[in-house]
Design a protein around this ligand. Structure first.
Ligand code: TXA
Ligand code: MG
Length: 340
């Protein structure tokens, strides 16, 4: 399915309704959100939630995000919600923002990995919203990204099929994800608002909404458990190196000269990297947008593509050190960590 505006035609609506039935019967369904595809189960059914951990091979103490359809029902899942959380929810939902809140006792422990907080968001994708609506009020979908633990998140239904096809009860196809990077995760520890994971909503927007600075969780800080905050995460199978612009052409030349099959992912104009034209014939080149929102939308698809090409190395041109690129450089650093 093409990306862009998703129309819920009759066929898709029927698929959504049967997916909701599967969820209510304890099944596991992959579904599109505006950020990445999620792997969902009925959050009130611990056996169903357990299946998500098994399918992803995810450690049991890594909590899942609750997806809800209606802000008026936030109190069903969380309690003692601080004022800044309400402000952010009102501005950003439906949208790529996850709030870590004190959990309502009815949220099963398996959803929260035994913690007393719960991550919640209202996704903006029409298919996700229709699925939540079809489930009915009082329900929520617990869902991590629909990839194997530690791997790149899927941004198309095809990415989900490649990784998890035989393991899920249904895959809803809502086209390519519009944001392409996971939600921004915000925590409220001791009244301090902290960005636990940069993502779809820029930090500048969070600060504008709250009318003040927020704290950026440093990578080495032992935060509340956020699996995406482990140093090596969101990684493609192909070894990935992140290189500064000045090192880029030399490294590509050296590896290609040694007979390695390499992919290069650039955002600046390749000519200006002074890559030899004859060399370029031996290299798979993926040219990315030079604007961060567009770049973010395409990043995971580019990494999935490199994996499917069976390359020896992926070289990625380091992205600008600017706030608008924060979520992207965070993911690239984690993706390259295992191969440094
Ligand atoms: O955009 C997204 O957030 C996507 C879509 C599917 O909604 N979901 C996603 O889920 O990225 P996942 O599981 O791949 O990452 C969710 C992150 C994890 O790193 C998890 O540890 C963190 O949210 N998280 C969930 N509940 C938490 C809690 N109570 N405290 C701290 N971190 C939490
Ligand atoms: Mg994930």
């Amino acid at each position: 399915m093409e990306s862009g505006v998703v129309r819920l035609d009759d066929r898709l609506q029927t698929e959504i309704e049967s997916a909701a039935d599967l969820l209510l019967k304890g099944g596991v369904v992959a579904f599109p959100t505006e950020t990445v595809y999620g792997l969902g189960a009925d959050a009130t059914n611990p056996q169903a939630v357990q299946k998500i951990y098994e399918i992803k091979r995810r450690p049991a103490n890594h909590p899942l995000i609750l997806h809800i359809g209606d802000m008026d029902r936030l109190g069903d899942w969380a309690q003692d919600i601080p004022e800044p959380a309400w402000k952010l929810a009102k501005h950003c939902w439906p949208g790529p923002l996850t709030l870590i809140l004190k959990k309502n006792p009815r949220v099963p422990d398996c959803v929260t990995g035994g913690q007393d907080t719960v991550g919640i968001r209202i996704p903006a994708h029409p298919v996700a919203l229709a699925l939540l609506k079809a489930l009915g009020p009082g329900k929520a979908v617990a869902a991590p990204s629909a990839n194997l633990y530690g791997k790149i998140s899927p941004t198309t239904a095809e990415h989900v099929r490649v990784a998890l096809k035989d393991k899920v009860d249904a895959i809803l196809d809502g086209g390519a994800c519009d944001v392409g990077l996971e939600s921004t995760i915000i925590g409220f520890d001791l009244e301090v608002v902290a960005v636990l994971r940069p993502g779809g909503i820029p930090v500048s927007e969070i600060e504008a909404i709250l009318d003040g600075p927020v704290r950026l969780m440093q990578k080495h800080e032992p935060a509340v458990r956020v699996s995406g905050s482990l140093p090596s995460h969101y990684a493609p199978t192909t070894p990935l190196r992140l290189l500064a612009r000045a090192e880029f052409a030399d490294a590509a030349l050296r590896l290609a000269g040694q007979g390695f099959r390499i992919g290069i992912v650039t955002w600046s104009d390749v000519d200006s990297l002074e890559m030899d034209a004859s060399l370029m014939r031996h290299i798979r080149h993926i040219s990315m947008p030079s604007e961060p929102v567009q770049y973010g939308r395409k990043l995971y698809a580019a990494l999935h593509q490199c994996d499917q090409l069976g390359l020896d190395y992926i070289l990625i041109e380091a992205t600008p050190q600017k706030p608008a690129w924060l979520a992207i450089s965070d993911r690239l650093q984690r993706a390259s960590h295992a191969h440094l």
